[in-house]
Design a protein around this ligand. Structure first.
Ligand code: G3H
Ligand code: 13P
Ligand code: ZN
Length: 305
């Protein structure tokens, strides 16, 4: 069933588990994610970035996700990193049950002003709003403690932002970054900062850039020709700590992209006579489903639907 993010994220924070939010651009990713959720009896957030909407078209995505949401688990249809206010407004009017307004790169006052605007469109329609404060960047990207403090989310500012905007969930920067190259070394997140944020802000906290860059999946992709170098993600132990301290929504895109890449490369290599795209896509879909299921176990959302 299609539900709002608030409906599944508030209990997640209270019971100390996190709902996975997977980025989808097409039917392959969507079906893999939904079948993982059904198998694991997990609530799930299906999110489409502005890039995904540009790629597939909002109407196609909405139609597919509406069908997917007939599954016997709660499904949220969410706009990820919305920056274009017109696009967000269109999504709210067209059936998305949750939107993110990402004003994290803007000055504080402008971020608040735009987030409030989105809240004023979303709440009367029962649509949830995620907002972001702080700049997402790998913990090693900072050259000094001062720079780190200036860019990562300040707990006091997070509280002020949550009160000023009345958003429903808050994305924070505690040392994660998007993509497959998050850290040069096995670096930890700023869990102490998260603890302070969660003490002040009682909303569900959102962790972006949370892919683990799973070693076995990376190896499989590389075995079949991918060149990923020092790709490295967030440690499982840090995810567990983050959930303990208030994170209730965890965004995963890169780990499914890697699974897709590994699966498709293997199939194209192993099945040189096959031209049926469904047969070539199947191993990729199965691997994406398996990775999604692993996340549901790690985030402790399995069995919560
Ligand atoms: O956070 C960004 C997501 O990974 C979506 O990426 O903008 O390439 O669709 P995208
Ligand atoms: P990853 O690149 O770590 O998967 O993060 C995805 C994300 O934050 C989408 O908003
Ligand atoms: Zn993100």
């Amino acid at each position: 069933m299609l539900v709002t993010a608030k409906k599944i994220l508030v209990p997640a924070r209270a019971k100390k588990y996190a709902v996975p939010a997977f980025n989808v651009n097409d039917l392959e990713f969507l079906k893999s994610v939904i079948s993982a959720a059904v198998k694991m009896k997990s609530p799930v957030i299906v999110q489409t970035s502005e890039g995904a909407i540009q790629y597939a078209g909002m109407e196609y995505l909405i139609a597919m996700i509406r069908v997917a949401a007939k599954a016997p688990v709660p499904v949220v249809m969410h706009v990820d990193h919305g920056k274009d206010l017109n696009l967000i407004r269109q999504a709210i009017q067209s059936g998305y049950t949750s939107v993110m307004y990402d004003g994290s790169a803007l000055p504080y006052a402008e971020n608040v002003r735009n987030t409030k605007k989105v809240v004023s469109w979303a709440h009367p329609r029962g649509v949830s709003v995620e907002a972001e404060i702080g700049a997402l960047a790998g913990i090693e990207d900072f050259v000094s403690v001062e720079e780190k403090d200036a860019k990562l989310t300040s707990p006091e500012e997070a509280l002020r932002f949550a009160n000023d905007t009345k958003c429903d969930s808050l994305a924070v920067a505690i040392g994660t970054s998007h993509g497959a190259f998050k850290f040069k070394d096995k670096t930890h997140l700023d869990i102490e900062r998260l603890k302070k944020i969660s003490k002040l802000v009682k909303l569900p906290i959102v962790l972006h850039g949370a892919s683990g860059v799973l070693e076995d999946v990376k190896e499989l992709a590389e075995k079949y020709g991918a060149k990923l170098g020092v790709a490295r993600g967030v440690l499982d132990a840090d995810i567990t700590q983050a959930i303990k301290y208030g994170v209730a929504k965890i965004n995963i895109d890169t780990d499914l992209r890697l699974a897709f890449t590994a699966g498709i490369r293997e199939a194209v290599h192993d099945l040189p006579k096959v031209i049926d795209p469904r047969k070539l896509l199947e191993p990729a879909n199965l691997l994406m489903r398996e990775v999604a299921m692993r996340k549901m176990k790690l985030f402790r959302s399995a069995g919560r639907a």
